[in-house]
Design a protein around this ligand. Structure first.
Ligand SMILES: [Zn+2]
Length: 116
């Protein structure tokens, strides 16, 4: 990676740069329009994000966790009896379809699903 990429990645990750105006990083920001634009953009973004901070009301986390627990407890329990009841019904339907196919293949004269 080149110097600009490295510096821009450090800026994007919020790593502190050398503060001294005579430092290589600060000198590069003065000489390089691309890196200066990235630094200015992230500086504006950071300022905007700092301005958006709201205080979290007291007890907010406890209320959220309590609501999650209530909704989790309110979920209906799983119904294995429904699966157990539907499995033989599905098996009978599948067996009926297989029987229909076999009979219509073996007995075309009977008119089971084949064209006259
Ligand atoms: Zn640069």
């Amino acid at each position: 990676m080149n110097r600009c990429t490295d510096l821009q990645e450090r800026i994007a990750q919020g790593e502190p740069l050398a503060a001294s105006p005579s430092s290589d990083e600060q000198q590069h920001l003065l000489d390089c329009a691309a890196c200066a634009a990235v630094a200015a953009s992230y500086s504006r973004l950071d300022a905007t994000l700092r301005g958006m901070r709201d205080e979290v009301p007291d007890g907010f986390a406890d209320r959220v966790l309590a609501r999650i627990a209530r909704e989790r407890d309110a979920d209906p329990p799983p119904r294995p009896w429904l699966l157990l009841a539907l499995t033989p019904v599905c098996a009978l339907i599948a067996a009926g379809n297989v029987a229909w196919f076999v009979l219509s293949s073996l007995l075309p004269a009977a008119g089971l699903g084949s064209a006259p």
